[in-house]
Design a protein. Structure first.
Length: 94
């Protein structure tokens, strides 16, 4: 099994403040993500190449989305981003 290959759904509700760069990069089975309060930053390439990803819900604590955070997520159709996000990095959703 490759890194994170068997993860299908994420509800990130930890008191942590950031998702590290590349943390779920290439997680091919991941279909939806909900990021709840306390998360402040989504790292560069954090969810890049999550090819099954269809839905993202980013709640009102996130301030910044890193470069290429959701790049190459070809099935991504629903993106909910709160108004708290003040910075979106280059190519975050390309």
């Amino acid at each position: 099994m490759k890194k994170n290959e068997e993860i299908f759904q994420l509800l990130l509700s930890s008191p942590g403040f950031e998702l590290s760069d590349d943390i779920f990069n290439g997680c091919r089975s991941l279909k939806n993500i909900t990021i709840t309060p306390n998360m402040k930053y989504i790292g560069n390439k954090a969810f890049m190449k999550c090819t099954a990803l269809k839905e993202i819900n980013i709640t009102n604590s996130v301030k910044s989305i890193g470069a290429y955070a959701f790049a190459d997520c070809k099935l991504l159709g629903t993106i909910t981003i709160s108004s708290s996000v003040t910075k979106i990095g280059d190519g975050a959703f390309c």
